[in-house]
Write a protein that binds this ligand. Structure first.
Ligand code: NAD
Length: 395
């Protein structure tokens, strides 16, 4: 079995530590944030491993080594897996790059958009060209129950998309990852497809903007926080539809210019919802109804922060904007620019979101904002033309 290092000490890392060690992988953990390595070691020692609990079952896995020092775990790794929010990818790659051996496979779950641009750029400049892989989504809804000891898996997706660069001709690697994650991984053509097909980058900023624009200063009682997905109103459904149409326009233009580009791997938002939640949507007659009658979304409310003992407001720094805009929507916007496709509605949402985040990505319709370098738009990595994008596609 290859030796795997899981980077991170959050919910996703807890699940993976349990599943991977139980599946027979040699597992180490790199957890440099604050005292996480220490807390993980203490928890794992006390409970003799981390238990992942789901639907009446449980799996216990025990890693070999947990460290905050990359020199102790990274040099022996055959596979490195970033189980982290996208904003932690850069600092983690920076910390481990000097210790990675040649021929490593390096991946992220979830990859979000533009992970391949960032990982290649940071590793190539150190003479490394690893195999890179990424999952479209985190396969589980999960929450740590006791740090270093137990994590609850609240739901598992039936399948998720996987990109591997360069592509996995033999399918061996896809099979190994399927065993590791314990669910069906649907291999897509490239990271470009994975990035364009990332629906979270439309849904999260789209709903935040659609339902809050013009009402940003409203406060709620803690028991009055509006529903998020099930709160989608007709205007927001229309906004989401148009954002999805703009991504489809980018996809069609790419297919026009790149004969082997598979448009059917980039699903429109409505098709994606119906395919992802066939048993949860009771009325899929319209895009709006596919949100509002989706039981998988039942009870999920806006992210909020307290404004007083009894009141709160929408938290515009939540990951629905702080992750899905710089590591999602802005990447898509950058790709649109490379193929000369206009995206006025996506621009409108980015413009609204960047004001909420106190950032500047788009200025007068140009990707030239002061904070653009904090995003993963292809332009940040020197990709200024479609030819540049194509040459990065299978590297
Ligand atoms: P989490 O909040 O539990 O993970 C945070 C962890 O990231 C920290 O504990 C730390 O280990 C690491 N980290 C944060 N900043 C860091 C830094 N600067 N340097 C190094 N490490 C750092 O997140 P999670 O729930 O494990 O989610 C991981 C990803 O999966 C996120 O993108 C999240 O949006 C996505 N996701 C999670 C769920 C879920 O149910 N947990 C569901 C869908 C998607």
């Amino acid at each position: 079995m290859p030796r795997l290092t899981i980077c991170g000490g959050g919910n996703a890392a807890h699940v993976l530590i349990a599943l991977a060690a139980k599946a027979g992988w040699e597992v180490d953990v790199f957890a440099p944030l604050a005292d996480e390595a220490e807390r993980l070691r203490a928890g794992i020692t006390a409970a003799r491993g981390i238990t992942a609990r789901f639907a009446g079952e449980s799996i216990v896995g025990c890693p070999h080594h947990v460290s905050s020092d990359p020199a102790e775990v990274i040099p022996e790794s055959d596979v490195i897996l970033l189980a982290l929010p996208a904003f932690a990818h850069g600092p983690t790659l920076e910390a481990i790059a000097g210790f990675i051996k040649p021929n490593v496979s390096l991946g992220a779950v979830p990859a979000r958009s533009g992970f391949d641009f960032q990982a290649r750029s940071m590793l190539n400049e150190r003479g490394l060209s690893p195999r890179i892989f990424g999952l479209q989504t985190l396969p589980w809804a999960c929450r740590i129950a006791i740090y270093g000891q137990a994590v609850d898996i609240l739901g598992t997706k039936a399948e998720t998309a996987l990109a591997i660069s360069p592509p996995d001709e033999s399918s061996d690697w896809t099979r190994q990852l399927t065993t590791l994650f314990g669910l069906e991984l649907v291999a897509v053509d490239s990271f470009l497809t994975l990035t364009l097909a990332n629906t979270g980058q439309l849904i999260h900023p789209g709903i935040m903007c659609g339902l809050s624009r013009g009402k940003e200063s409203i406060t709620f009682g803690h028991d009055e926080i509006p529903l998020f997905y099930q709160g989608v109103d007709p205007t927001t459904a229309e906004l989401l539809q148009v954002m999805s149409d703009e991504v489809q326009a980018i996809t069609v233009e790419l297919a026009d210019r790149l004969p082997d580009f598979k448009t059917n791997e980039v699903l429109p938002i409505y098709d994606w919802l119906l395919r992802s939640y066939p048993n949860y949507i009771s009325d899929g007659s319209t895009l709006r109804r596919a949100f509002t009658t989706n039981q998988a979304y039942a009870g999920l409310r806006f992210p909020t922060r307290s404004t007083g003992p009894d009141t709160c407001e929408v938290d515009y720094t939540a990951r629905y904007l702080s992750e899905d805009v710089p590591y999602g929507l802005v990447v898509i916007r950058g790709i649109a620019e490379l193929v000369d496709v206009r995206t006025p509605t996506i621009d409108e949402v980015i413009d609204w979101a960047q004001q909420r985040l106190g950032k500047q990505y788009l200025v007068n319709g140009m990707l030239s904002g002061l904070d653009l370098d904090e995003t993963r738009a292809p332009q940040v990595y020197g990709i200024q033309t479609l030819a540049g994008l194509v040459s990065s596609r299978y590297m």
